[in-house]
Design a protein around this ligand. Structure first.
Ligand SMILES: Nc1ncnc2c1ncn2[C@@H]1O[C@H](COP(=O)(O)OP(=O)(O)O)[C@@H](O)[C@H]1O
Ligand SMILES: [Mg+2]
Length: 360
């Protein structure tokens, strides 16, 4: 998506005074305006120049604006891909027949001359909002296709890794007594486990299947989770569990465990010398959830916007996949919930999970 560049409008208008007026009005609003004096020239320009919106005069030398719009729609359709250039028809005539023709030719809106700057600015702004939703939708479709591809690749990779792991295990039996060979085999097995984890996370991230949700008392669930976690904590990290609220939510225990594993794993890594990790429940009127707080190194303000992006990591190549928080966010979203983060460099970080409350 070309969201950073200024939006480009194509104004098709044969009257040079009118054209200047349109350019001035729109350039003042921060748009980049390109111009054409005829429909034929405008259609030709569209082939080479990316345009976000077209202002189309009706009475033009040669092809008129209605025909040009119709022609453009036919071309977009023939190109097969999801293609759409919003068109606003501009004309001096304001009869019912004009309105009918504008809608029939495939135009998206209609403005009459003399143009009023505030009307033009408002219509263009509204159309641009629609256009950017359309661009986002196109992007989502592309991402979905990419997800399906990733799922296919991940499946094949799983089989490949199983072959490697199975053979490494057999070799390990034969390598008894040869420490150099054993070390190499262990390295192969470690790499295999890393690959498996990456693929598991990728599959979880791109999965579109809605999780099976069951009523869950988050406080009891968290108490059990914390018991397990206690056994695996490095001695430098002390765990505090606080359960002042008993929010009931609809959740998938397996996936929520994955969420907490990722958040606690990150928290533990963020604690460099000694520190504490706090797990706490909370409940409001309609929402409830869990806060995960650590007294670790914190997250730089610039990174806060990107930590949920897939493959964003500040760790060394073999240390992190950068998929942990992306997976966490997608699981929470599939639960109808939200996740937010607050952090202070050098002080620590809190991740807040929020789910709609349910009755049990
Ligand atoms: N609790 C935390 N404290 C400090 N930094 C964190 C914390 N949680 C996440 N991060 C930052 O966010 C990045 C992305 O995390 P994540 O998606 O889990 O991927 P990974 O752990 O593989 O790097 C981490 O590399 C780290 O920089
Ligand atoms: Mg992580």
């Amino acid at each position: 998506m070309r969201t950073e560049a200024p939006l480009t409008l194509l104004s098709v208008e044969d009257d040079s005074i009118q054209q200047q007026l349109i350019c001035r009005m729109l350039e003042r609003q921060g748009y980049c305006v390109v111009t054409a004096g005829s429909a034929e020239q405008g259609l030709e320009m569209l082939v080479r120049q990316p345009v976000d919106l077209i202002l189309m005069d009706v009475n033009l030398p040669g092809m008129d604006g209605y025909t040009a719009t119709q022609w453009l729609r036919a071309r977009e359709k023939a190109q097969g891909k999801a293609q759409w250039h919003p068109v606003i028809i501009i004309t001096a005539s304001d009869t019912p027949d004009d309105w009918r023709r504008a809608s029939e030719c495939g135009a998206d809106d209609y403005l009459t001359k003399p143009l009023k700057p505030h009307q033009l600015a408002a219509k263009v702004a509204i159309m641009m909002r629609l256009y950017s939703s359309y661009q986002e939708l196109k992007h989502t479709r592309k991402m979905r296709a990419l997800g399906q591809m990733a799922a296919g690749v991940a499946h094949d990779f799983n089989n490949i890794l199983q072959t490697i792991d199975g053979n490494a295990e057999m070799l390990a039996e034969d390598a008894a007594g040869n420490s150099l060979l054993q070390e190499s085999i262990e390295e192969i097995q470690r790499a295999g486990r890393r690959g498996k984890r990456l693929i598991d996370e990728m599959l979880l991230y791109v999965s579109e299947a809605p999780p099976i949700l069951e009523p869950l008392d988050l406080a009891s669930w968290l108490a059990e989770y914390a018991d397990e976690l206690q056994h695996q904590l490095p001695s430098a990290v002390s765990l505090h569990v606080s359960l002042p609220a008993h929010p009931w939510v609809r959740g998938n225990a397996g996936q929520l465990e994955r969420v907490l594993d990722n958040l606690c794993g990150n928290a533990i890594k963020a604690i460099k010398a000694t520190g504490h990790l706090t797990l706490e429940t909370w409940q409001g009127r309609k929402y409830g959830g869990i806060c995960v707080t650590d007294s670790g190194e914190g997250i730089a303000p610039d990174d806060l916007e990107t930590i949920f992006d897939p493959f964003f990591t500040t760790r060394d190549v073999n240390e992190g996949t950068g998929l942990g928080l992306a997976v966490v966010e997608s699981i929470i979203q599939r639960h109808g919930g939200r996740i937010s983060v607050e952090s202070q460099l050098g002080e620590g970080t809190t991740f807040t999970l929020s789910f709609p409350l349910t009755t049990y």
